[in-house]
Design a protein around this ligand. Sequence first.
Ligand code: PMV
Length: 332
Amino acid sequence: MSAQSATAVACANIAIVKYWGNRDDALRLPANGSISMNLEGLFTRTRVTWDELRVTSGEQREADSLVINGRRMAGDGLRRVSAFLDLVRKMAGIDARAIVESENNFPAGVGIASSASAFAALTLAASVAAGLDLEPAALSRLARRGSGSACRSIPGGFVEWQAGTGDEDSFAASIAPPEHWDLADCIAVVSAEQKPTGSTEGHALADTSPLQACRVADAPRRLDLCRRALLSRDFDALAGIVELDSNLMHAVMMTSTPPLFYWQESTLTVMRLVREWRLGGLPVCYSIDAGPNVHVITEGAEAGHVADLLAAVPGVQKVLVAPVGGPAELVE
Ligand code: PMV
């Protein structure tokens, strides 16, 4: 067989009811379900080529190759991708090595997590190039094995990842298309540094917090409120649940052993201002992932104004604005 290639593009996503902690680390089965929106314009484009040449000549398969934004990767980054590609090799019944070339269009080093868009694009490109024709649910399930949040970057728009009972029923599906509600995420970048503790290690610490069991037990209620606020386009209801959910996750992080503190001074400044702006009538709420940058969700019509307000806050280095994005797609 000659080399088979495919290229896919997938958006990043922001969770508005968050995933933190796994029931099963290897399968990345989450402690709780989550809801997110895809971020249009912040994407990863990945080309995968399965190279069978070495195998047909009887030699042992050479290592996969991985180039991200023009840089050849080795070590843990390559091992994680190769372990994921092993799943695709097994499903497709092939033993080829993969050549993976990937680019994030969002500025490098702004501290925006790329694992969701990266593993979603890799899932689609690698499976199609391997000759697999997976249903959306199967693609999402496979992406979950690379990075939990990646399963939410396979479908488009507003997305819910069901915690499920096992591998089979733990995947994400769209609950509303992007055009359902003109929202935007204005990302206030307060630090471009690499985060000290990545989410894979962070998930493993979640159960050491005495608050995690509470957070998980209450998740179905928050998911229900968030789903209803989204479907009825009720911004005030959405704001209350989004901020509560983010605060709960950070309370778990701060009370883990060892504790994880992702916020910086400017993170708290933005959180305080967002609450003040909302009291003043502006539709805004905040959500913070495993890093110091603040995702400020607002209505599309206010996005320019909110971005200007954020850019003027001391400590904010840059603001990225993303409307609601579509599903992962194959491209030429
Ligand atoms: O998919 P991971 O392992 O990068 O975990 C994502 C964790 C959070 O971004 C903090 C929350 C979420 O649901 O996206």
